[in-house]
Design a protein around this ligand. Structure first.
Ligand SMILES: Nc1ncnc2c1ncn2[C@@H]1O[C@H](COP(=O)(O)OP(=O)(O)OP(=O)(O)O)[C@@H](O)[C@H]1O
Ligand SMILES: [Mg+2]
Length: 422
């Protein structure tokens, strides 16, 4: 990878990032990672002796988002993972690699004295981990460098840290310096326009992939509340079809398991027109129908439904809370896949596919079609800085995000370009 010389706000932020904490926030693809990594490399070259750390939500995302990029920038002589040790060798220094995706993650760094830390996607780390990390950066001259996309305005990172920055280079390129009640923190807010390495067509494509909340956060870079309807671009006139095209691959049957709550299964396929289709649904609502079913009965009816459709899905995706049901399915000869239950990631994928007209629903999926317009953010959770959907009438919507998110690697790259499909 050839890194082109930094320009404009990229240069300004690079020069100004000499606080104890240095955080780039803002739009996707706005060059936060590249600029922050250049700064991190500068720091690593001249850092005082002592341990260094790089953190991501998981080791896997850290590798994909950051370490692969560093290897591309530096070559594998100057940057390589030491197999099996959780250590990276970077510019002659040893760097610990840590994934921090739950409250227990802070245990991994308890007791360390660090001289430097790089954090990928800071807002996705648990606050407890971040607080512990700051206490660990105890060697004189210690620095933290990190990036984040915006979340809600009450998110801990915004309310407790970014809002108290001593120095802020805002979206318009204005530099603010505050003295009262501040932290030794420099904040750099980036938008797509700050990255000259993107073509106008690419910028138009990513901008069209996000509507509503996601547009405000991921394109405009605003820290705004998740409120109201989740799938804002949903429009039955645009998204409901009376006929399915030829399906090149049935990606999955995805299901949300319920006993007192409804059980909802969806069949999702990829059409020859390079769009995704929810082609069929099967639902059992023990309150409305003739009582509850046992796991064995569910399994039998589900298999009969699939056989009746005459399809062979690549995956059968079951929600993580249904462990006993997966055992039953296995006994009955069905290997199931555990659903990816990253709620907000799944919702973002579905929202983006609806926004670009690349996910459509067959009119026969009546219950799903009823649920989608009422699928809404939980206002109490938003007030606490957390994005969560309200847990009412969300069974088909849950099955939908499980199916879409878990098969992402299968459909990604096989759909019509966003601006062509809408
Ligand atoms: N100076 C540069 N030289 C070459 N390419 C660059 C440069 N700066 C940014 N890019 C390219 O722009 C794209 C987006 O940059 P980057 O990954 O840093 O964005 P980001 O703000 O971290 O995005 P996200 O929020 O999606 O993680 C990347 O493909 C990167 O290679
Ligand atoms: Mg990034």
């Amino acid at each position: 990878m050839i890194v082109t010389p930094l320009v404009g706000k990229q240069v300004d932020s690079y020069r100004l990032a000499d606080a104890r904490l240095n955080i780039w926030d803002g739009s996707v693809r706005s060059s936060k990672t590249i600029v922050s990594l250049l700064k991190w490399m500068e720091f690593v070259r001249q850092a005082p002796p002592g341990p260094l750390l790089m953190v991501g939500k998981t080791e896997r995302t850290l590798r994909r988002n950051i370490i692969d990029v560093l290897v591309e920038m530096l070559g594998d002589k100057r940057c390589h993972l030491v197999a099996g040790t959780g250590e990276l060798f970077l510019l002659g220094r040893k760097v610990y690699i840590v994934g921090a995706n739950d409250e227990r993650a802070q245990e991994k760094i308890r007791g360390l004295s660090l001289v430097g830390a790089y954090c990928d996607e800071v807002s996705t780390l648990p606050e407890s981990f971040f607080v512990m990390l700051l206490t660990r950066l105890s060697i004189a001259g210690a620095r933290l460098v990190g990036t984040t996309n915006p979340d809600g305005p009450q998110h801990w990172l915004k309310a407790n840290y970014l809002d108290r920055a001593r120095l802020w280079l805002d979206y318009d390129g204005q530099l603010h310096r505050e003295t009262d009640d501040t932290l030794n923190l420099a904040r750099f807010s980036f938008q797509l326009k700050d990255n000259p390495n993107l073509s106008a067509e690419y910028v138009a494509d990513v901008s069209s992939e996000f509507t509503g909340l996601w547009h405000k956060r991921l394109i405009l870079g605003q820290w705004v509340l998740a409120e109201g309807v989740i799938y804002e671009s949903w429009d039955p006139a645009r998204h409901v079809v009376q006929e399915l095209p030829a399906i090149t691959q049935w990606l999955c049957i995805a299901l949300d398991y319920g006993t007192t709550n409804p059980f909802h299964a969806l069949a999702i396929g990829l059409g020859t027109d390079q769009r995704l289709y929810v082609g069929h649904e099967w639902r059992w609502d023990s309150k409305k129908q003739r009582g509850s079913l046992t796991d064995a009965e569910y399994s039998e009816r589900l298999r009969a439904w699939e056989a009746g459709l005459g399809i062979t899905p690549s995956y059968r995706i079951v929600d993580p809370s249904a462990a006993s049901f997966r055992v039953q399915l296995h006994r009955d000869g069905w290997n199931s896949t555990l659903a990816d239950n990253e709620v907000v990631d799944g919702i973002r994928d579905v929202a983006s596919l609806f926004a670009t007209g690349r996910l459509l629903v067959h009119a026969g999926c009546k219950e799903l079609i009823k649920e989608i317009p009422g699928y809404a953010w939980d206002p109490d959770a938003s007030e606490k800085g957390e994005d969560k959907p309200l847990k009412v009438n969300d069974h088909g919507c849950d099955a939908l995000r499980y199916g879409i998110r878990t098969t992402r690697n299968v459909w990604h790259g096989r759909l019509a370009p966003p601006n062509k499909a809408a």
